[in-house]
Design a protein around this ligand. Sequence first.
Ligand SMILES: [Zn+2]
Length: 551
Amino acid sequence: MNISPQTSFDYRKYQAFPAFEMAQRQWPDQRITKVPRWCSEDLRDGNQALINPLSVEQKTVFFKLLLSIGFKEIVVGFPSASQADFDFVRLLIEQRLIPDDVTISVLTPAREALIERSFEALRGAKQAIVHLYNSTSKIQRERVFNRTNAEVIDLAVNGAKIMQRCAMEQTETRWCFEYSPESFTATEPEFALAICNAVGEVWQPTVIKPVIFNLPSTVENTTPNVYADRIEWFSQHINNREGVILSVHTHNDRGCAIAAAEMALLAGAQRVEGTLLGNGERTGNADLLVMAMNLYSQGIDPELDFSAMNTIVETVSELNQITLHPRHPYAGDLVFSAFSGSHQDAIKKCLAMTQPDELWNVAYLPINPTDIGRNYQEVVRINSQSGKGGVAYVLERFLGVHLPRWLQSEFSQIVQRSAEKKGGEISPVELVGLYKTRYLDQNNGYRLLSFNIQREQQDILEARLATPTGDISISGVGMGALAAFINALQIYFGRSISIVNYDEHALSTGTDAQAVCYIQLKDNGVLHTGIASHNDIVSASLNAVLRCLSV
Ligand SMILES: [Zn+2]
């Protein structure tokens, strides 16, 4: 590999993030046993990160989708920064689109005019969260704002006071206050705690009237266990803990937004801000769809309904104009598919043993795909890596035939060669086509015209056959019609013919009761396979033998 000399690719200019020393952490021994408060950031963090931000109409569609899923806390925008967001908040309130049990939230910087404008946007709301933030990280304090620690705390405290005054002037709304030390992960833990305690001094939270302290991983800069340590430390040290709803808001810079949020829940967080499918600034937010489904798959009610997964994914992808990765957990096109033969075989066996009332326990499938409107047909996908289990499964699903094991091996080799030649996936329709071409449509010129059997000590069979060289009559004896037929063929052709494998079953699909017969026959030392179906099992077996004959 050539690295272009123009790039600056060089790890030596980076350094590990400072360690956070924490003794006797409790969170690794905890379990997530109940659902957190979910807060959707789709219309704020998600929207502000879109190439084409949502129109008011699109936001309304998105808002209704969030309601239908069951979100009770929804951030609806940044009304002090954007007229479109302001208009959207007004529309929600004036058109009474907010159900009584849903709380909308808006984000505001800690500046008087902007806080006042945010309250103006919310006028008439039954209840609302006003979310105050300012940047607290060392780098922002020193390099961006050039402020001392005391000045940064003053900014937050003043913002908190202005919010209190504004709330007193709009008493028709039930207010909840939220504060975020923005870029918490890059802020010294002691400073983040000090600024939250200073804000708490102003707001005086109680169990009845709690405040939300939201600790964002604005930029993810460590492994998620370090984030969890910091959340636990904060939870242990914040004043008036019972009056605080501890909230997290994680980003995915290192690919661990969900892990960080989940570990934070172990560490005492009670609320999670995130988005559907993880949209959001840069690498995105924690994906609340995946987090909720993670709980669901552990037998915990996620209080969000993703049964209409396909519709949800289509709507979100279309509104955000972001296509979903096919391997996105729970939601991607390929996540309930198995290409590997051994996986297919295991899934097939587990599904066959699954009883309707028992707990879900299927290898390779963490949840039942039908829970979210997906189906089993797509579970087994066929490519050159697939084995006989998957091939047999598809034929069962689509043709109702149960290939015997010896035939599964033979046919899966045909499928594998075809997949290699094509260089891609074989669809169920193509697979059925291969089966029909190989076994059902072949015409060697032999056909059963009529037969009769006399049953004595042995069976005596006489038959009329069409052959490539004209009609013939044959007869033979044996134990059973098939043995007598083989005997007749041996006598007529004067060559060694014997049955190697024989299987039959009733076809499980179709209106007429039909039997299908699979025969492997050795004709002059060469193996041949023949398959035939008929409403009479003897006719099916004789026809299958004729399909085996060399032309
Ligand atoms: Zn964010």
